[in-house]
Design a binder for this molecule. Sequence first.
Ligand code: TA6
Length: 310
Amino acid sequence: MTVDYHLGEPLPIQVNQDTIHLSLGQFSTCSIALKGATVYSYTQNTIERLFTSSLSSLSTSDPTPIRGGVPLCWPIFGPPNKDNELYNKLKQHGFARSSTWQFVKEESECQGENGCHAVFKLEPTPSITSLFPLPFSLKYLVSLSPSGLSLSLTVSSPSSAIAPLPFQALLHSYFRLPDSINPTLVKVTPLENLRYTDKILGGAEETERRKEVMVDGPGGEVDRVYLRASDRLKLSWGEEGAGGGGVEMKKKNLCDVVLWNPGPEKGKGMKDLEEGGAARFVCLEPGQTSQWVSLEPGEEWTGSIDLSFT
Ligand code: TA6
């Protein structure tokens, strides 16, 4: 469906069977799959800034999580604790990223050049309850503005709940790299002096000594959870003003950040990652992972990020 654009007039939100499309005039666009409320595309000045594997299905009829964009990891991050019956039926990173979310049309709107936002929600279904028995309500706000893309996840425990709601939450952001940039040329700041668990070293805890952390682990693989990271992070490549670029992330209520790239060898073994895909992204994933959130009945929690791209 083509829509004639008139400067200053808000473009309508395009609602398809499995996807929702926002547009901020000619400046930026954002596409969200109802599967996982996964933001799988964000373009700025027609340049795609997220990586989503071409082998991923956006369809809600395919329960496989989308490989790319910004999958939502909830109520757990990482593999489930098999000794905890609350979580031991879950798959890695929880069920939110593979569940079909509802687009909340009445709370979504585009106001022309000033901004455009879409709201999504997820509440227990019988299949979710069979995996995770606690009541919850998730609301996710995806906002386009002239400064970039903002994502905000709110978790609520209904006042009718009879037990606390403990969870982890993480935005598993796949940032696309220009074709000329390999992950080993990407640097992340500021991580200096942070403690981190290195999943390649079996979860050993280390201290980051580098001012600028290059994504250059053994065989190109990096998989680290940096604890209590700064709320302002930067992933960049090249030199500012000389063809360089990157993304600045402001996070709120997400204390940790994961830095991940599987490297070319492990990337080849991932059946839903297109050939050479591992070289096309770096994941910088803000999350509440080391310290679980626990909501009492009637309480809510919000974690959010503001992303600006150069
Ligand atoms: O966030 C990093 C990580 O936990 C890695 O250990 C790797 O498993 C990655 O997530 C991808 O996980 P997925 O379940 O999407 O294949």
